[in-house]
Design a protein around this ligand. Structure first.
Ligand code: ATP
Ligand code: AMO
Length: 433
């Protein structure tokens, strides 16, 4: 194949080969246009029927939409062309012809429902505005990684096949591991904690988690991506500072480096959250929720926050905020309680007005208290011996948290459904593609 030039780089006066997809063919009689699309944009290829080689014109004009072709020819300035330039083809090669009938219209002129789009994700992702979501997702992950590196964290990868549940043994996908029962991991929680006691001290992971939740909601997935952070020698307040810093770094990077993508998604006022995020205690949160009068039933201390409650508070606060000091009984065993008040935990959640984005907290690092916590949650500490025993050999005080990447992208871009933020979502109904 001749060396390929991106359509966006084709300048008047150049002789180039471009390659991509047939976006559209418009035959106007004596003159016809083929619009070729590649990752960088589109270019108009002009066919003048009376002046050009008949086979060439025939090839160019009979090719089905979305076929893959390459075109070699001269680039000329042309004001009437959509991008101000057009190509006069010397040769056209059809690299792979597409079927005449497509299951989905990549030009987006014909709307498709989400299910059809997900069944045909390859075609769906030929739409610029769909691509934009994944460019932004990639930029968020880049920014987050840079941010973590700037504060001295080491990226780790922990096992996804495990012997025990990490979040308490429920909602696990069982698998068979050489004849033994095993599970898909729900969270890197216990592994990342083990790493703060290693010489690494401060770690992060970006990876998949698996939850056999029966939910079928616009904000739950059965396979999601989590950004986990854990650090030795910090408390829950400092962990919240890092959590807030990570979110702002992600938003700033998108605002700065994804202007084209934001345009495609229709944002002219993309805002980076600024100012310190309010930190409400759980008690303050339920008082405020009750005071909105939005709920049918008043919340009482100890209740988990329903979706309606989260919404009511989100509307009231109007931006990102933390909920701290959760009742110990609704937070997992690995979260530490206040010394002077064992019914209150040092766990926190970061909330977007629409939903929870992060859970985290100061961890229980004292062996005795940790084992007690397992028992209180009805878990057999012996099953978790690989984890608990390390707390006997020098485990520093530590804290951490985890974001769900898809929820971060969903709330950042105002997407209606979390599945829009995943290439190939796994949900109750969907196991392929
Ligand atoms: P030209 O003199 O530029 O070759 P034409 O008058 O010979 O144009 P027509 O077949 O009359 O060509 O054009 C049909 C339509 O296509 C007209 O509306 C014309 O404005 C438009 N058109 C012609 N050339 C271009 C071009 N290079 N890019 C976009 N539109 C064009
Ligand atoms: P938690 O279970 O709250 O905490 O998960 C952390 C964040 O991950 C996202 N998330 C999900 N996103 C989509 N679909 C799901 N099914 C799903 N489940 C979770 C949410 C949630 O806030 N080990 C702790 C974290 C920690 O303490 O460090 C944990 O897993 O955005």
């Amino acid at each position: 194949m001749d060396e390929r030039t991106y359509t966006a780089d084709a300048e008047p006066g150049d002789h180039v080969t471009v390659a991509g997809w047939v976006h559209e063919v418009r035959d106007l009689g004596g003159i016809a246009f083929l619009i070729l699309r590649d990752k960088s944009g589109k270019i108009q290829v002009k066919f003048e029927k009376d002046e050009m080689d008949e086979d060439l014109v025939e090839t160019g004009l009979n090719v089905h939409r979305e076929s893959v072709i390459s075109v070699t020819g001269e680039v000329e300035a042309e004001d009437r062309a959509p991008t101000g330039v057009e190509m006069l083809p010397g040769s056209v090669e059809v690299l792979n012809e597409a079927d005449a009938e497509l299951p989905l219209d990549p030009s987006g002129k014909v709307d498709a429902d989400l299910s059809t789009r997900l069944d045909n994700r390859t075609l769906d992702l030929r739409k610029k505005e769909v691509q934009a979501i994944f460019e932004i997702r990639a930029e968020v992950l880049r920014a987050v990684r840079d941010y973590f590196r700037s504060i001295g964290s080491t990226e780790i990868n922990t096992p996804k096949i495990v012997a025990t549940g990490t979040e308490g043994g429920t909602e696990l996908f069982p698998i068979t591991y050489f004849g033994e029962e095993a599970f898909m991991n729900q969270s890197p929680q216990l592994f990342k904690q083990l790493m703060v006691g290693s010489g690494l001290e401060r770690v992060f992971e970006v990876g998949p988690i698996f939850r056999a939740e029966e939910h079928n909601t616009p904000r739950h997935l059965n396979e999601a991506t989590m950004i986990d952070f854990e650090s030795a020698f910090i408390d829950h307040e400092e962990a919240m500072d890092v959590c807030e810093g990570t979110l702002k770094a992600a938003y700033e990077a998108v605002a700065e480096n994804c202007t084209e993508e934001l345009d495609l998604l229709g944002y002219d006022d993309f805002e980076t959250p600024d100012g310190d995020f309010p930190r409400l205690t759980y008690e303050e949160a339920i008082e405020r929720i009750n005071a909105t009068g939005e709920l049918d039933e008043q919340l009482v201390y100890g209740d988990d926050l329903s979706t309606e409650a989260e919404r009511a508070l989100g509307d009231d606060v109007g931006g990102h905020y933390f909920i701290t000091d959760w009742p110990s009984e609704i937070k997992p065993f690995y979260i530490q309680d206040y010394e002077d008040d064992p019914t209150t935990s040092k766990g926190f959640d970061l909330m977007h007005p629409r939903m929870e984005l992060v859970s985290g907290g100061q961890r229980e690092h004292r062996y005795g208290a940790l084992v007690e916590g397992f028992e209180q949650q009805g878990l057999d500490p012996e099953q978790f011996d690989y984890y608990t025993k390390m707390f006997k050999y020098g485990m520093p005080p530590h804290a951490g948290w985890a974001y769900g990447v898809e929820r971060l992208i969903m709330t950042m871009l105002g997407l209606e459904n979390i599945r829009e933020a995943v290439l190939f979502p796994r949900d109750r109904q969907r196991l392929s593609p």
